[in-house]
Design a protein around this ligand. Structure first.
Ligand code: S3P
Length: 172
């Protein structure tokens, strides 16, 4: 039987990877972390790609991977937080499965990202100000994803259970 995909969107630190892994294991689907695929193919970290070739190059890799993944099925896909910057990415994934955007309060995101050095867009300077600035700039883009879950105060299991309900719903 063909199983449709579940695609997880959301800002850095909203739990796409931890939720995605658990969800995929419970449903017997394959988990694909887009950032990891890109890093593996490029043989270097996202921060190196940004530093050496710039963000537009990273976005072009991301775009190509979206097209590739949207043609498949049976996956839980954890996107990178900036995948929403290209509306074609949301459109392609919307045709390819259940699209869920995870969110969390900025202060909660700061707690989760405070000691993280792997996100080039949050490197240097006031992290909370950066989080708020990017969230504000992308508000409408994240808001355009069909299903929304605010993960503030929720455990990974809580979020997984909510997504399983959406996935099982007859009208999606
Ligand atoms: C980015 C989010 C990151 C990664 C890159 C850019 C963004 O992914 O793709 O650092 O623009 O929000 P995560 O959301 O998995 O951290």
């Amino acid at each position: 039987m063909q199983m449709k995909n579940i695609v997880l969107f959301g800002f850095m630190g909203t739990g796409k990877t931890s939720v995605g892994r658990k969800l995929a294991a419970e449903l017997g689907l394959k988990f694909v972390d887009m950032d990891l695929v890109i890093e593996r193919r490029e043989g270097r970290a996202i921060s190196d790609i940004f530093a050496t070739d710039g963000e537009p190059y990273f976005r072009s890799l991301e775009r190509e991977l979206v097209k590739e993944l949207a043609a498949g099925d049976g996956m839980v896909i954890g996107t990178g937080g900036g995948v929403v910057l290209n509306k074609d990415n949301i459109a392609d994934f919307s045709r390819a499965g259940t699209c869920v955007c995870l969110s969390a309060a900025p202060e909660e995101l700061l707690k989760r990202l405070e000691h993280d050095g792997s996100r080039p867009l949050l490197a240097d300077g006031d992290k909370l100000a950066k989080i708020n600035g990017i969230l504000d700039a992308r508000k409408d883009l994240y808001g355009g994803v069909p299903e929304q879950i605010d993960t503030t105060g929720l455990s990974v299991d809580d979020v997984v259970a909510q997504i399983r309900q959406l996935y099982a719903a007859p009208n999606d």
